[in-house]
Design a protein around this ligand. Structure first.
Ligand code: ADP
Ligand code: MG
Length: 588
């Protein structure tokens, strides 16, 4: 055990004179309340400590004590369905948004344990040795910590145990006995080891058309959602948390105002997972570090969250981590760095902003786990750039590490066009890898249609500029049709309300049907114009309205109605062309 005496305190940062050896990143207890902190700098006898709790009332002369261990959290079956603070201490247990100073964890919950190995068996790192079943009836795996292996010396029989109680002892290669519980402790800043990282050719299906069809993110990939105030970041992240096809959701509310998170805290416990008919909360972990909570804990909260996500990945599950917002996290980094007296860099952020962002996003991956299965962590981070300026440091550094970039646009949001993802400012670098997946999901034309939609939207931007100068009616007919079809792609396909009972989640099969139908309309419109039909007649088609409303009106269970709509389109266009040709013949 090492000791130090506090010399000075500045907000969440203190300096102390050490009388024993401390390590960098060592977890420490500070003062009479044993506040949680971490050594962030060593220089000779002086240590600099960042304290994760309110330091009001702390005085110079108080003690800092360390055990030589890094900042770590307890990972176990008690995580799912619960709400924690930035250091993974349970919030619900205290009935308030704050935990008592120096609190480590609540009384451990009890789970039904069933052994999956027998005495004498060898257990490798990350392997499953038992199962834990909680009050919800959901069964989770108990895995051996990634840094431990051995032969089972003894194992508990089936029964109810606290998740921290020893249920298994292992004899390690050096003859020592080590105790295992259903949960284990792991340092938050150290990525959990895996067998190997895999390339990902499977998208995380989000149920949002503009994402899945235009800017998909891989399972195990990373995406950023930058957007100014009120552009829909929180609503989008919540929609993804509710609708994406991950097994486990880790939702991190990081530094936003309490009321931003109130929606999640109130709504999630009431939601039902359509896939299992069970409460959505049962597969969700919420980590809340709102703006009124200690600022240094916010810095640690994203590493806690990604460690939790990796823990579920290591059980062979697909995990999605949503962080709202990484800008608030970066602000915490900036504030704490300022207290250290570090030289500020770009935008006042410390020079290591970029490498810290990399540390976080690099932990997203699809992997072969140590336990011999496949699991993934997909990371989706919101960014709130000051005054919506995407050239600021957090956005520009994040761009270096993410593959998918969903830029939320103020103009779209103001026009109440949601999700306000801008189709020309957004991108998905590895989109092409998902074409085989889409072909298997009934949309062999996905890549072709995607390119067609994007080209159309790009032309629309160009033509809109021209139309503003010369007037829309002065554009050649082909270009008028282009504008008409681009509007249709926007209104009938990309627009999707997070509050529509039918449309808030769109299955890949329905996305494919809608995409094909719009592709069909574009083909028919092109053919009609080539046949000489004036473009203004397109707006008068009776099947246009149902086409524009199909997202809100045709549910996942009624895909047959798309075929009916397609037949209507075919018939109406044939009639239009026929009438036009007949008129031409009469005039000729
Ligand atoms: P931000 O987190 O970027 O500040 P919010 O996510 O809180 O913005 O969104 C602001 C408002 O915009 C919401 O309260 C809601 O009314 C509207 N909104 C945002 N996204 C959607 C959506 N996908 N569907 C419908 N309405 C939305
Ligand atoms: Mg928000």
């Amino acid at each position: 055990m090492s000791r130090a005496v506090i010399r000075s305190i500045s907000g969440p940062v203190l300096r102390a004179t050490a009388s024993g050896p401390f390590k960098l990143r060592e977890a420490v207890e500070v003062g009479p309340q044993a506040l949680l902190g971490e050594v962030v700098r060593l220089s000779g006898e002086e240590i600099v400590v960042q304290v994760y709790e309110d330091t009001t009332g702390l005085r110079p002369g108080a003690d800092v004590v360390g055990e030589g261990l890094p900042l770590a959290v307890r990972l176990g079956p008690g995580l799912l369905g619960n709400i924690f603070d930035g250091l993974l201490r349970p919030l619900a247990a205290t009935g308030s948004a704050f935990v008592a100073p120096g609190m480590r964890s609540a009384a451990a919950a009890t789970f039904g344990f069933v052994p999956r190995v027998a005495a004498g068996a060898s257990v490798s790192a990350g392997a499953v040795f038992g199962e834990a079943t909680g009050p919800s009836g959901r069964t989770q795996r108990c895995i051996c910590p990634p840094d431990l292996r051995g032969n089972v010396a003894s194992i508990a029989g089936p029964g109810e145990y606290p998740e921290t109680a020893t249920v298994c002892t292992l004899r390690t290669a050096d003859g020592a006995l080590r105790e295992l519980a259903m949960s284990h402790v792991w340092p938050v800043r150290m990525p959990r080891p895996v067998l190997r990282r895999l390339p990902s050719t499977t998208p995380l299906v989000t149920g949002q058309r503009i994402i899945d069809c235009l800017f998909p993110v891989a399972k195990g990939g990373k995406a950023a959602v930058p957007g100014g105030f009120g552009t829909g970041k929180t609503v989008l992240l919540e929609a993804l948390a509710k609708g994406c096809d991950a097994d486990v959701i880790v939702y991190l509310g990081c530094g936003e105002r309490g009321n931003e998170l109130a929606g999640v805290l109130e709504e999630f416990p009431l939601l039902v997972d359509p896939k299992t008919d069970r409460p959505l909360m049962e597969r969700t972990v919420i980590i809340a570090n709102t703006s009124n909570m200690p600022v240094a804990a916010r810095e640690a909260s994203i590493y806690c969250a990604v460690t939790v996500a990796e823990y579920f990945r290591d059980q062979g599950l697909d995990v999605a981590l949503m962080a709202d917002s990484t800008s608030r996290w970066a602000e915490a980094l900036r504030e704490v760095s300022g207290r250290f007296g570090e030289l500020p860099g770009e935008g006042g952020y410390p020079a290591y902003l970029s490498s810290r962002l990399a540390d976080f996003y690099e932990r997203a991956a699809i992997v072969d786990t140590l336990g011999g299965e496949t699991g993934s962590v997909t990371v989706i981070g919101a960014i709130s750039p000051p005054s919506g300026d995407f050239s600021e440091p957090v956005t520009s550094h994040t761009k270096r590490y993410v593959k998918a970039f969903w830029a939320l646009d103020v103009k779209r949001a103001q026009a109440r066009f949601y999700p306000a993802v801008h189709p020309l400012q957004s991108y998905a670098e590895d989109a092409r890898d998902f074409a085989p997946w889409w072909a298997e999901s009934g949309n062999g034309d996905w890549w072709k249609l995607r390119r067609r939609f994007l080209t159309l939207l790009d032309e629309q931007a160009r033509l809109d500029r021209m139309a503003r100068i010369i007037g829309k009616d002065a554009l050649p007919v082909r270009q008028q049709v282009t504008l008409f079809c681009a509007d249709l792609v926007n209104d009938a396909f990309l627009r999707q309300s997070a509050f529509s009972p039918i449309d808030r989640v769109c299955s890949p099969r329905r996305q494919a049907a809608m995409m094909r139908l719009i592709g069909k309309f574009i083909d028919l419109a092109d053919a009609a114009v080539v046949a000489g039909v004036p473009p203004e007649q397109l707006a008068r088609l009776t099947s246009l309205r149902p086409l524009q409303r199909m997202g809100e009106e045709i549910a996942d269970a009624e895909l047959g109605r798309f075929a009916t709509l397609e037949a209507d389109l075919d018939r109406e266009f044939a009639a239009l062309i026929h009438a036009h040709e007949a008129r031409d013949a009469a005039h000729g």
